[in-house]
Design a protein around this ligand. Structure first.
Ligand code: PLP
Length: 397
């Protein structure tokens, strides 16, 4: 109790109603309170803990790297093995000619870098995002929250970036608004915080074609969809469309804070001149974070985790889709939104979940659906057990 009181008194908050669940430890698909209560983690730190909590390979990599060296110099001056090896592996796995990674600290910073890169590389200023997009909370990333939905979140922070506009996700007609004035178009491959909105693959291809036609950089925000979440290592490969720039974060750090911007070397190297040091970061690409990210990536690959994602997502769907409270399930891999139709139901369900030992959440732009995005390592028997608890909770609604 004392810790929870001090949490509210001394730890800065922006949520008016934090979940207030105290974590003692976390392992695999679960975390535990000091009283020993177990929670199924269906949030995974918002698509972060893809390899499960306290993954032994990641823990070992962190310990070993921390014992060798931690921070030595600002980003990019020294040759650090964890950065080099991780960048090389990511470049091998990314589609097309995306062969170079600039490391940063977070998703929002990756987005900032991508926006600056689009301006710097094209010499243009206009930036386009999608309606109901979420790209982070810094000024630049916040500017890219599509209007009008994003307006509620950003109006009190104006003025934000000028020369920004938003178009409708999946609208062929709106692609005409991308012109030779446009520096970059920023797009989540699957819109996460909109409540899991899937792309029309034909539209993604048309978006790619339109950006190429007018010379604008196509930037995919794979911060939530990357590292296996949608059933392929990257959602861009799932939907068969290669962007010019990819933003990565969340699971990219294997549970440690890490972001990255991948692009072709020629594009990224425009940051090295006129002016040089086009983006600077002290901690970006921290060796311990890169070692953790690389260990997590190797774990995903060596244990064929990504190949199991689609089946696991289907299992959740099969078990839950017939419940009368579930109006719709939107899903890409293990990123699911279960639609209840009314915020009152959602708020009540979150209370019931808390009692029943389920950790879920809603979405920034969608407070009528709950989230299922567990660690990708969740087992089929854990999914069965979890769906029984969810069904029991829905029955109580
Ligand atoms: C699609 C997407 N982009 C960017 C971000 C921002 O990432 P961060 O919180 O690391 O700044 C998020 C965070 O939820 C996200 O879901």
């Amino acid at each position: 109790m004392i810790l929870r009181k001090q949490f509210l008194e001394h730890v800065g908050q922006t949520s008016p109603s934090p979940m207030m669940v105290e974590v003692e430890r976390a392992e695999g698909s679960f975390f535990y309170t000091p009283e020993g209560k177990r929670y199924f983690d269906l949030v995974a730190g918002v698509s972060v803990s893809n390899v499960g909590h306290a993954n032994p390979d990641v823990v070992r990599a962190v310990q070993e790297q921390a014992a060798k060296y931690m921070h030595v110099m600002v980003y990019g001056e020294m040759v650090e093995r964890p950065q080099v090896e991780y960048a090389r592996r990511i470049a091998e796995l990314l589609p097309g000619n995306l062969d170079c990674v600039y490391f940063v600290n977070s998703g929002a910073e990756a987005v900032e870098v991508a926006l600056k890169l689009a301006k710097r590389y094209t010499g243009r200023t206009e930036l386009i995002s999608m309606r109901r997009a979420y790209h982070g909370s810094t000024h630049g990333a916040m500017s890219m929250m599509g209007t009008p939905e994003g307006e509620e979140w950003k109006s009190e922070f104006r003025p934000l970036l000028p020369d920004v506009k938003s178009i409708e996700f999946n609208s062929f007609e709106d692609l005409q608004q991308i012109t030779q004035r446009t520096a970059g178009v920023l797009c989540e491959v699957v819109q996460g915080e909109a409540g899991v909105r899937l792309p029309n693959p034909e539209w993604l291809r048309a978006l790619r074609a339109r950006c190429s036609e007018v010379g604008a950089l196509l930037i995919f925000d794979e911060i939530q969809t990357g590292m296996g979440r949608t059933g392929k290592m990257f959602a861009s490969t799932k939907y068969g469309v290669t962007p010019d720039v990819v933003c990565l974060a969340k699971a990219f750090g294997g549970g440690m804070p890490l972001g990255g911007v991948a692009a072709n070397r020629e594009v990224l190297y425009s940051f090295t001149n006129n002016p040089c040091l086009g983006h600077i970061t002290t901690f970006g690409g921290h060796p311990v974070c890169c070692a953790a990210g690389l260990a997590a990536l190797n774990y995903l690959i060596n244990n064929n985790i990504v190949d199991s994602v689609e089946r696991k997502g289907e299992l959740f769907e099969e078990h839950l889709k017939h419940h009368p409270r579930i109006l719709e399930i939107r899903r890409s891999g293990l990123l699911l939104a279960l639609e209840l139709g009314k915020p009152e139901y959602l708020y009540r369900l979150m209370e019931i979940f808390k009692e029943e030992g389920i950790m879920s959440d809603w979405f920034l732009y969608c407070d009528t659906a709950f989230r299922i995005s567990p660690p990708l390592t969740i087992s089929e028997s854990e999914i069965e057990e979890c769906c029984e608890i969810i069904t029991r909770s829905l029955d109580r609604l």
